[in-house]
Design a protein around this ligand. Sequence first.
Ligand code: NAI
Length: 339
Amino acid sequence: MNIAVFSTKPYDRRFFDAANAPHQQGLVYFEPRLTAATASLARGFPAVCAFVNDQLDTAVLTALHAGGTRLIALRSAGYNHVDLATARRLGLTVVHVPQYSPHAVAEHTVALMLALNRHIHRAYNRVREGNFSIEGLLGFDLHGKTVGLVGLGKIGNCVAHSLHGFGCRVLAVDPVPLSAELQGIVTVCPLDDMLTQADVVSLHCPLTPATRHLINATTIARMKRGVMLINTSRGALVDTAAVIEALLAGQIGYLGLDVYEDEAELFYEDRSSRLITDDVFSRLLTLPNVLVTGHQAFFTSEALTTIATTTMQAVADFAAGRPMTFALVAAPAAAEGQK
Ligand code: NAI
């Protein structure tokens, strides 16, 4: 089966070519993001493979369907960028990779916490310039601090274990009851209780209409003054303008982001020779207590291997008419004749 793979970089090709060796599907790599303007590239391709900043709204899904696409294989866990209702209506099958390495994202989350806490990003620059002063680099022990997690799924679970190991008190907000494995490690409580007690707040829930701008002026006001906020989940969980106000006022003391609500126009490209015209993002970068990475928490060789092998297995299952293991929308009838 021919697969149009969008938003590809050399590292995607390396891992996907290796995962495709036993399957021998027809992978065609496209560098551009999938948008209404680029959807025509997929004309005639029964399968499309998309990444986190590809657009899969009604217009794009309709265009893909009209061009013969029947399978959307997301090489991500998150699927907030896909209009699943439209996919269902069109009879498209949509699969994702729900678990590839929760450890990759959890470890990056803890890395952001430790880097911010000990000002590692500033110390790195100072030492390289021959400035060995430690004035202004005073940190605090994570040991004994209260960390609040929003979302205690696969990634939140790994973060909880790590922070428990550091000697933190871990609070969590999640509608799902606490698993037996986390008893004694995590205390589940309402959001407001967590916000008022946590020294560090870290977000690990999906982006949905209910969680969009979960962190806003009102919820920030409930947090402890000087709190550390970490978001490695999805940018729009946070109202960035409200967060900047809180940083300037000292209400938020540290901010670690791997995701940003308008990241699609910025991330995954080398923009170092151009001006960044996003004033909100530019403002964030001027603040010394802000550390931003460009949606790379997933980016380990273990994670990329699992993403590619899971995706290629899903395509093979679809082509063979087998049940789809990680289907968000299953349209078995649509698989007929797609071999
Ligand atoms: P998961 O599905 O295992 O866990 C999500 C948890 O959030 C669930 O336990 C769910 O009950 C909980 N939840 C849902 N709504 C909530 C709410 N309103 N308040 C509190 N909890 C709520 O997902 P997983 O694998 O842990 O991933 C979490 C998120 O991490 C993904 O949705 C994705 O957006 C993000 N992610 C980011 C990556 C990166 O590279 N930065 C890579 C992979 C995922």
